[in-house]
Design a protein around this ligand. Structure first.
Ligand code: MRU
Length: 366
């Protein structure tokens, strides 16, 4: 259960130097094209919500909280686009269906769309003219809350790390994957600033290379020492005691504390635990899915075999070979030491501690 000393509090923060998602007041959404990083920093502009859905599927924007924030802004685009339509709500609902299907594992997508949907349905028919403005305010609040949550989690998570530690992270759970600052990388940034982290090992994260391309880019910009490791090097890394913590984000956390995150997280957690390192998962409350009783209830996205069979458009496998490409895995709760949320730190038994952090009453099953 969280102690009061560990309780998080949210406050306002200045804009991060890395901004994956920008709302343009002319009524368009700008997304940093993460497929082109680190070579190019290019923003794509969107006014069509269905093109935003395609951009989420195609990984222009990725990372659970960033996907949720993007979908919220896409609902604003939908309201603007259909403002003159005789049945705007039907049109917006259809766009939301397309957005909801863009990626299946990150629950923040459903969470953000549910918030927007609630607002749409509470809207008085006589004030439909204000709908887009009200939705924009809600999307901006989701965005700002996410940044504030990341800073709160950064402080909470950093407080657990001994000065001078080395840590491993996997995938990218940084500013790029969120509204700004990052979840796992938020902890690492805060801990580096306090002298608690001296060295980061980042899993390269086959096949899309979120670790090599994105995490390394973010950390190098801030001059935080980072060394990449292949997935195969994770066992010897922990056996040699090179890192004291594995710190990752999450795409969906079940009520029992099972954690879905980028493929490779489960094996990294097994290796860390086996060799005595600790496992920290950092995620906002919007990533907890209390309707999923355990990891078995979490849908795991399968992507095209081509992501494994090719690199940069060039074949890298024997012609005729197939590939199995689940892009997330589930780390069982028993391998996780702590789950850091914006309201505090959860420890086993997670069913109780996560409910307490979310302000839910477990006695009534609520
Ligand atoms: O396929 P991706 O790049 O969207 O996967 C992202 C991850 O697995 C992240 O670790 C997770 O979304 C947490 S981001 C704060």
């Amino acid at each position: 259960m969280p102690s009061s000393r560990e309780s998080g509090h949210l406050s306002t923060h200045t804009v991060d130097s890395i901004q994956p998602i920008i709302w343009d007041s002319r009524g368009c959404l700008r997304l940093l094209d993460q497929r082109r990083l680190p070579e190019e920093e290019t923003y794509l502009e969107f006014t069509d919500p269905r093109e935003v859905a395609a951009a989420i599927t195609d990984l222009v924007v990725r990372g659970a909280p960033a996907i949720g924030i993007t979908a919220a802004y896409a609902v604003v685009l939908s309201a603007l686009r259909h403002s003159e339509h005789p049945q705007p709500l039907v049109q917006i609902e259809q766009d939301m269906e397309v957005l909801r299907a863009a990626r299946p594992t990150a629950v923040n997508l459903e969470w953000a769309l549910a918030r927007m949907d609630q607002l749409i349905h509470s809207c008085d028919p006589s004030s439909m003219g204000r709908l887009a403005g009200d939705l924009l305010q809600a999307a901006m609040e989701i965005h700002q809350h996410d940044i504030a949550a990341n800073h709160a989690m950064g402080e909470l998570g950093a407080s657990l790390i001994e000065p001078g530690s080395a840590v491993m992270t996997h995938c990218n759970a940084g500013a790029l994957a969120t509204g700004g600052y990052g979840t796992a990388l938020g902890v690492i940034r805060s801990a580096f600033g306090q002298g608690r982290v001296r060295q980061v090992y980042a899993g390269e994260t086959r096949p899309w290379l979120q670790g090599s391309r994105l995490t390394a880019w973010e950390l190098c910009r801030e001059q935080i020492p980072v060394s990449l490791v292949t997935e195969g090097a994770v066992a010897p890394l922990f056996r040699e005691g090179l890192a004291e913590w594995l710190i990752t984000g999450a795409d969906r956390i079940a009520a029992n504390g099972d954690v879905a995150n980028k493929i490779g997280t489960y094996s990294a957690a097994l290796h860390a635990r086996h060799h005595g390192a600790r496992v920290m998962v950092v995620a906002p409350l919007s990533t907890i899915d209390f309707s999923a009783d355990s990891g078995e209830d979490i849908p795991i996205e399968q992507r095209s075999p081509d992501e494994i069979l090719t690199a940069g458009g060039q074949p890298v496998a024997a012609a005729g070979a197939g590939a199995w490409n689940p892009v997330f895995d589930v780390t069982p709760a028993e391998l996780v030491d702590v789950i850091v949320c914006e309201t505090g730190i959860a420890r086993a038994p997670f069913r109780e501690s996560l409910s307490a952090l979310a302000g839910r009453n477990t006695a009534s099953g609520g």
